[in-house]
Design a protein around this ligand. Structure first.
Ligand SMILES: [Zn+2]
Length: 289
């Protein structure tokens, strides 16, 4: 069997099999290795996600090198410039060699979203870059944090992606992947249980556009919802807040118990282990293992 060697190949392969590829956000080298080692041990592809803030912190070019080093060793690991809010930063990520870039103008009116996304797609083409451009239609909030209630402007039927908008957006922009709003939201409710996904909506959008669908805001989603959404046509799933929470909780507990410990590689180890646990659990679920 031929194993895909690029991100679109991995995503299409997953779609064919009725499973999904996992995308995990990192902002430090220990989180990076936690995600990469876990995917490697399961022989599964994985996408490393870095938002604008995360890539500024870890190094815009340094993270590209880390991913390339692992890929040179045969690992199926890819790099995504997550939520990018300006065209100049999209260009920066394309030039740096990211495998995919998300241009996020979901808050803008559809016309402007389409016009600006088109500029990103055309820039990638003009550079002959193999980069994939992902776009968003429908707003799902913008922060990976703990929420105490569902914000007013997300996760309700009226804010979800409309079939005709999805069709028009994909056709007019030429994006390679689409992130719809299907009841998902960024961040995670303090209860650990986010609102249910609208599986019918996933099916409807998946049936309307050729571009593979990406589910954002995976944290706090139930296993049943994940399985059903993947079956209905989601091929790539983003998880961020769950990792942040696991990391922080484990680090906090260790420091409380070891107030004298000053070696970062010792006190960061439990945080890294906690990330491994979440990633392993999610990757297995997405891959139907
Ligand atoms: Zn997202």
């Amino acid at each position: 069997m031929n194993t895909p060697t690029d991100l679109m190949g991995e995503v299409l392969e997953a779609r064919k099999k009725g499973i999904a590829v996992g995308h995990f956000n990192i902002c430090s080298i220990d989180m990076f290795h936690a995600v990469a080692d876990t995917a490697k041990s399961l022989s599964l592809p994985v996408v490393i996600g870095v938002s604008e803030g995360e890539r500024d912190y870890v190094g815009i070019n340094e993270i590209v090198s880390l991913v390339k080093m692992r890929r040179a060793n045969g690992e199926r690991i890819y790099l995504n410039a997550d939520h990018t809010y300006s065209i100049s930063r999209v260009k920066e990520a394309i030039d740096a060699g990211y495998d995919s870039v998300i241009y996020d103008a979901a808050k803008e009116p559809l016309e402007k979203n389409i016009a600006d996304t088109k500029v990103c797609v055309e820039y990638a083409r003009s550079k002959n870059s193999p980069v994939l451009i992902e776009g968003e239609v429908g707003y799902i909030g913008s922060s990976s944090k703990i929420l105490h209630e569902v914000p007013d402007n997300v996760a309700k039927e009226e804010f979800m992606t409309k079939r005709e908008d999805a069709i028009r957006y994909v056709e007019e922009t030429g994006v390679h992947m689409l992130a719809p709003a299907v009841g998902n939201l960024h961040g995670m409710l303090a209860s650990g249980h986010n609102p249910e996904l609208n599986i019918k909506k996933v099916e409807e959008i998946a049936g309307a556009v050729q571009a593979p669908l990406v589910l954002h805001g995976g944290s706090g989603t139930s296993d049943v919802d994940f399985r059903n959404a993947i079956k209905a046509g989601i091929s790539l799933v983003h998880v961020s807040t769950e990792l942040r929470l696991a990391y922080r909780t484990a680090l906090h507990a260790y420091l409380n118990e070891h107030p004298e410990e000053v070696a970062p590689y010792r006190y960061l180890q439990p945080a890294k282990d906690a990330v491994v646990k979440v990633v392993e659990n999610r990757l297995k679920l997405f891959a139907g293992l």
